[in-house]
Design a protein around this ligand. Structure first.
Ligand SMILES: CC(C)(COP(=O)(O)OP(=O)(O)OC[C@H]1O[C@@H](n2cnc3c(N)ncnc32)[C@H](O)[C@@H]1OP(=O)(O)O)[C@@H](O)C(=O)NCCC(=O)NCCS
Length: 244
């Protein structure tokens, strides 16, 4: 699984990489993928009850290790990671300017990589019905009102667009679901970037962040949130990392 094409990240860029976990099995790569994991990762993988979750976890680790090694002359096996107090994994060693965040859903694992920029990513599958009641309970009132006003056929897509944007922001801030989801909200308009508004209670400025929505397949939606870097405005590109 080595010999991958080298890549370069410019300041302000975000490279988003997608992979299909099932490819590891299809291409007979499960054993060689496991050989890339640290002992901690092996331990975490063993704790999953379902085979599908184990494969997704494995695919996520391999995606992170192999893609980071496209940008730095480090072997995939040699990266070590540390989790923040809120659970966000970051590179521990070797020291690197690369920053990343990962997300997974049914059939897809996604990684966003930047050079020094704080980034959050979230992916969801549109193949299951949206839990609309979650919006009524946890989203900001403005978002819940938009969802209620839509015909049922459009609600699932809109719910997951809001959800992925909200998670991408909370993951970029490194807080995960510790952030109150009703204290920030998005406005979606055709052909325009999603617009964020934040309650002063969260002590943050909406202008500090840049968002993009991507559709890697007809079934999946991705949102990316990256901290603005001054002169650049987040050039966000999507690519596929094949396990093969
Ligand atoms: C982060 C969180 C929102 C993920 O939600 P999800 O939709 O289930 O999962 P996703 O697939 O989108 O993302 C999972 C990935 O996000 C990353 N992640 C975990 N915690 C994160 C955080 N606080 N901020 C940013 N990213 C985080 C991890 O890489 C994780 O994948 P991995 O465990 O395979 O490495 C949720 O797990 C959460 O809120 N975690 C925080 C829990 C916490 O506060 N723990 C305190 C320590 S006990």
């Amino acid at each position: 699984m080595d010999g991958l094409m080298r890549r370069r990240l410019l300041a302000g860029e975000v490279h988003v990489w997608c992979s299909e976990p099932s490819e590891l099995e299809r291409n007979g790569l499960v054993a060689s993928a496991q050989a890339l994991l640290s002992s901690d990762e092996h331990e975490r993988m063993r704790r999953f009850r379902f085979e599908g979750d184990r494969l997704t976890f494995l695919a996520t680790r391999v995606l992170v290790r192999q893609v980071l090694s496209r940008y730095e002359p480090i072997a995939p096996r040699d990266w070590t990671f540390v989790a923040t107090s809120h659970g966000r994994p970051e590179i521990a060693r070797p020291s690197s300017a690369l920053r990343f965040n990962v997300s997974n859903t049914s059939g897809l694992v996604v990684l966003a990589v930047t050079h020094r920029l704080t980034v959050g990513v979230d992916v969801e599958s549109l193949s299951r019905p949206a839990p609309i009641e979650v919006a009524d309970r946890f989203f900001a009132p403005a978002e819940a009102r938009v969802l209620q006003s839509l015909p049922p056929s459009e609600r699932t897509r809109c719910f997951f667009e809001f959800w992925t944007l909200k998670e991408s922001y909370s993951k970029a801030r490194g807080l995960g679901l510790a952030i109150p989801l009703d204290r920030f909200w998005f406005t979606l308009e055709p052909c325009r970037r999603p617009r964020l508004e934040i309650d002063p209670l969260l002590s943050d400025e909406a202008e500090a962040w840049h968002f993009a929505q991507l559709r890697p397949t007809t079934e999946h939606v991705i949102a990316v949130c990256v901290r603005r870097s001054g002169e650049t405005d987040g050039d966000i590109t999507l690519g596929w990392h094949r396990f093969g």
